[in-house]
Design a protein around this ligand. Structure first.
Ligand SMILES: Nc1nc2c(ncn2[C@@H]2O[C@H](COP(=O)(O)OP(=O)(O)O)[C@@H](O)[C@H]2O)c(=O)[nH]1
Ligand SMILES: [Mg+2]
Length: 396
């Protein structure tokens, strides 16, 4: 087994390079030259005390307001990627997790070739759990729990799966917390959710799915803010989701100040009495510093209107990234106060175990999981269902 030791005396340059690796995936195309977009904060803005008056904030943002785009401007939705009507809730979870489940159950079947639970079997089991992306600490903990009272005794593949599912469900239970968008007192403005994460993890898609869920399932009125002003395509993509879900979108031109978009969107959502405002953000800026400044500026400008804003900061993590999700959570926690996670792409991934490791190590609430690209391919995160699906077990 390999143990990773944290390197001491790491230089600033090494640290920056490490951060860049986390934030920019190798598959990302090279960054477009930042010709029209300067995301660095105006030094005057950063140093000054924020002013009291709302009009002054707008002035400081130095933005020329442009007309909001509405959902009706969005291009036609071909609905190509909507698998939402296929199967029920649980079968979609099991189908989504099938790659992870297969990895786990076939690995287990190979290990449990004899009857007795001995040290060799425990070691192999620990390795299997590490390979399934649960992380070394969590793997060791699960194996230790399994061996308790069972070591040296006869055990079957089925019993191991049941025991592991139970231990895993116990790790997941405290973090399985749905997003509760409690609208503040009447007239106080919408519940604000800031959605952040690395480029391509599924932020925009998650906003679309969340809007659908909040509107259709909970009957709430939802508005969206196109805070990823880095690329024109980002706003266009959100427009498609706005049209699909019927949630009005507040957007500005490419290169606009994301904090100004958030500010204006909040004002409009408040004026229109919306229940929830979902704010999209850019995941790829020139470097970590720019990304941090942009996110922090959005938060600062929102707080200026109400100290409680944003009510939720959701970090979207892509399950296919495996262990890199751990580093992304650590990095984003340094930038903003992450209040919850949505883990996406569990359908395309054999790395469903990463959620168990994340829960065990960070204890950050997991609001929902993404199991496809369709509007209804997001599910509340249920500890027991997830644990049992992962181990290929049916409902109890
Ligand atoms: N298979 C699958 N694909 C997803 C899921 N969530 C998002 N995607 C896809 O991942 C890609 C990037 O998503 P996007 O929302 O644009 O990511 P963003 O850059 O973080 O906003 C798109 O092609 C999405 O359709 C999911 O849960 N499962
Ligand atoms: Mg996006």
């Amino acid at each position: 087994m390999v143990f990773w030791r944290k390197k001491k005396n790491i230089t600033t340059q090494e640290r920056d390079e490490h951060d860049e690796r986390i934030l920019h995936r190798p598959s990302d195309p090279a960054l477009e030259p930042p010709t029209e977009y300067d995301s660095t904060i105006d030094p005057d803005f950063a140093q000054h005390e924020l002013c009291e008056d709302e009009a002054e904030i707008l002035e400081e943002l130095d933005e020329t307001p442009v007309p909001e785009r509405s959902a009706s401007d969005a291009p036609e939705d071909d609905g190509e990627d909507d698998h939402s009507s296929e199967g029920g809730w649980l079968s979609r979870l099991s189908a989504g997790l099938s790659k992870s489940t297969h990895r786990m159950t076939s690995g287990l079947a190979d290990i449990v070739t004899k009857k007795k639970l001995d040290q060799e079997m425990l070691d192999q089991l620990e390795e299997l759990l590490i390979e399934a992306d649960l992380g070394p600490k969590t793997a060791a903990r699960l194996v230790e729990e399994l061996s308790k009272g069972r070591f040296g005794k006869d055990i079957s593949d089925e019993e191991i799966r049941e025991a592991l599912a139970q231990s895993i469900a116990a790790i997941l239970a405290p973090v399985a917390q749905p997003l509760v968008t409690q609208k503040p007192a009447s007239g106080a403005g919408p519940y604000v959710v800031l959605v952040c994460g690395v480029n391509g993890v599924g932020k925009t898609t998650t906003i679309g799915k969340l809007a659908e869920n909040l509107k259709k399932m909970q009957g709430l009125s939802v508005m969206m803010a196109a805070g990823d002003t880095f690329r024109a395509a980002a706003t266009e993509q959100l427009q498609i989701w706005a049209k699909r879900t019927g949630a009005p979108l507040i957007a500005k031109e490419t290169g606009a100040d994301a904090a100004a978009v958030a500010y204006e969107a909040y004002g409009q959502a408040k004026e229109k009495g919306a229940d929830v405002l979902l704010i999209d953000t850019a995941g790829r800026l020139q470097n970590k510093k720019n990304l941090m400044e942009e996110l922090q500026k959005i938060v600062r400008v929102l707080k200026k209107q109400d100290e409680a804003l944003p009510h939720s900061v959701i970090l979207v993590l892509d399950a296919t990234m495996g262990q890199n999700a751990f580093s992304q959570l650590e990095t984003f926690k340094e930038m903003v106060d992450v209040t919850g996670l949505v883990v996406t792409k569990l359908d395309g991934s054999a790395k469903g175990g990463v959620l168990v490791g994340l829960a065990d190590r960070f204890g950050v609430p997991v609001h929902a999981i993404g199991v496809g690209e369709g509007v209804r391919d997001m599910q509340p995160f249920s500890a027991d269902h997830y644990a049992r699906s992962l181990l290929g077990l049916g409902e109890r």
